[in-house]
Ligand binder design. Structure first.
Ligand code: KIV
Length: 275
């Protein structure tokens, strides 16, 4: 007898159905505790490969490995209950062939239980996206500025700011939609182009440095909380947690040094008075 567990999490098809609907709210998280907070407010939690820069201090996302993504993916799955969890495929884990992409994607899904994967690239990844989708792996695509290609692009630069450059970016978005991606992240793309792509393709667009017209928005959690030291122009700081954490750590250090912490409330008394 098989017992079908009730699916409580949002699914990739449910996000796909939000085209032209209520805006899709997506944030990154890499940990169980931040996932718990994001889960209460977001439709999608992205375990982004930005974790390489945010958590590990790398200059780019290029050094991130599949094992790193799986480890943090586990943590986010444990911390969340309702959001769709999407895990980024890191550089080098999917580009060589569609078979390599399937093996990496299947490993991520089997080992973490996440609901979808994300990969970077437009027309060049279309065949791979179709291959994965046909085999049961929901794919969120990512076009415009694709940070894993930073070395080829020559830096983290906004895309499509000259109308002459629009064609390939539009073709990328159309190609991933035709290939069966359930949604597409559009990163650091001129606003009118992001709005036009959103109008033209049948799947939800999720903007980051793109357009308010997109079907949803995503930010890196630490960037919007004011914890990252360098952030791109498109980041709005919705909080300033850096100074609060600094003040808390400074108070702790002072109280340890002057022996006011731990106080009587933070130590264990004997059950019977000591003789
Ligand atoms: O890795 C990441 O955090 C991302 C977002 C910026 C979309 O891909």
């Amino acid at each position: 007898m098989s017992v079908q567990a009730e699916i409580k999490r949002l699914t990739a098809p449910a996000i796909r159905a939000r085209k032209n609907g209520t805006p899709i709210v997506m944030l990154t998280s890499y940990h169980a505790h931040t996932a718990r907070i994001a889960d209460a407010h977001c439709d999608v939690i992205l375990v982004g490969d930005s974790l390489g820069m945010v958590m590990h201090g790398f200059e780019t996302t290029v050094p991130v490995t599949l094992d790193m993504m799986i480890l943090q993916g586990h943590a986010v799955m444990r911390g969340s209950r309702q959001a769709l969890v999407v895990i980024d495929m890191p550089f080098g884990s999917y580009e060589a062939s569609k078979e390599q992409a399937f093996l990496s994607g299947a490993r991520v899904m089997k080992e973490t239980g996440c609901g979808a994967i994300k990969l970077e690239g437009g027309q060049r990844m279309a065949e791979t996206i179709a291959f994965l989708v046909e085999r049961g792996i929901p794919v969120m695509a990512h076009v415009g500025l694709t940070p894993q290609s930073v070395n080829a692009l020559g830096g983290f630069k906004a895309q499509g700011r000259d109308e002459a450059d629009w064609g390939p970016i539009e073709a990328d978005a159309r190609a991933v939609a035709d290939a069966g991606a359930f949604s597409v992240v559009i990163e650091a793309v001129a606003e009118p182009l992001a709005a036009r792509i959103t109008k033209d393709i049948p799947i939800p667009t999720i903007g980051i440095g793109a357009s308010p017209a997109c079907d949803g928005q995503v930010l890196v959690l630490e960037d919007m909380l004011g914890l990252s030291t360098r952030v791109p122009k498109f980041v709005k700081r919705f909080g300033e947690l850096g100074p609060s954490i600094d003040a808390a750590v400074a108070s702790y250090a002072a109280e340890v040094r002057n022996r006011t912490f731990p106080g009587p409330d933070h130590v264990y008394a004997m059950k019977k008075p000591a003789r």
